[in-house]
Design a protein around this ligand. Sequence first.
Ligand code: SAJ
Length: 451
Amino acid sequence: MKTNALHNQALYHHLLRDESRTNELTLKEHVVVVGTGYVGVPLCLYAAAADYQVIGFDISAEKIVALQNRVCSDLALVEQRLLGMSTARFTDDPQYIKGADIYLICVPTPVTENMEPDLGPLLAAAKTVATVMEPGSLIIVESTVNPSVSETQVIPKIEEYSGLKVGTDFHFAYCPERVNPGDATYNTYNIARVLAGYDQPSLFRALYFYEDVLNAPIAVMENIKEAEAVKMVENAFRDVNIAFVNELAMAFDLEGIDIKHVIEGAASKPFAFMAHYPGCGVGGHCIPVDPYYLIEYGKQHGFDHQVLRSARSVNESMPHYMVKKLVQAVADADLKLDECTVALLGISYKRDVGDKRESPALVMLDDLKARQIHIETYDPYVPKESTVADLSAALTAANVVLIATNHSEFCELLPEDFVRFGVQVVVDGRNCLDKTLFTPDCGVRYVGIGR
Ligand code: SAJ
């Protein structure tokens, strides 16, 4: 990898700077990372570890103060350690990010309330960079965007506010982030990337940077639109596959087939099948959002993404499907719903992380409240949204349990744990408990999803 990097670096100097510098050892460049969330901070740390002079910039003073105190809850353990010893600095003052050699833009690209792309944060970041950059800078966008957004919205914004011209005065590349929160195997340092440059010098310069900083395969795409499409497609692929198994789960609930066993059986085929699992819904800021970007992009070209829309519709129905299953399970147990207390276990969207963006648990919470059901909530990773302090308190307070997030702490629960606390019904929205242990005479009624 390093050999490649030096080769690209020499090529870069040859192409863009005077010949005399091609053999010079790299003078480590100044790098500014705009957006210090779970994508930007690791980039700061790995670039600083590769001897770049790094500043992380964010508009959130709160985030920056925490980072200046070497605190960041978004990081994997190895990155927490890196933060403590890193030479990276952090600021919320644009005057300190002037004239950098490389700017990396890593800000969110959410959707609006009516599920349309919201490029506000990205274009604001592009404008900030444009006002502090100097000729010769390389700008790399890592935020997830629709095909063509870089060239039709981001670059024009930079040119408008800098007075500079892409290709002539500055370089531009696109390299979508692939951070997977909570993943112990893949992280910013090693996850494979796709990369495209506005032109060849931009590509070489960006390629050299990533190969110098990361230890990850870099797939070079033909053009920026392809690289933008890759990220959208990989996340829409996941949403469609989750919708597929969610639809099967609803069918198998009626047919008495165990979807989890069927998926595990299908996964025994070593090719042409990728296991996804049904649940109470699809949360996070990527999977439920990115398909809406592609749907919008299709609309702009007169195309209707029926499959993407249907998948979104199925996945968005799951929280309500789960609440209906809870209501039915309470009736089947001859309990009166208005005399029950439900403990909602899990608020965040994903196992063992604290991010509640687009979390299906919040949709189920609203649905339960709308039915005037008494609720207690507990999530070890989202204490601020928990009404009780720990799992025991949640089980003590309730006679019905609804598991919304498969946090490790919940997956260890056994029938006797529920019986001990007087819980009569368990609705497992992530099929994370061992269903075989919940025998008819175990003292608690178990309901999974599609099993
Ligand atoms: N989910 C299911 N069934 C599944 C998988 C996930 O219901 O089989 C639900 C989860 O409970 C969660 C939501 O979908 O609510 C999203 O889960 P996720 O595992 O996809 O987690 P994310 O949102 O962190 O997705 C990230 C993405 N990474 C990037 O965008 C860079 C995604 O591309 C990865 O595929 C995913 O991690 C991953 O593989 O874990």
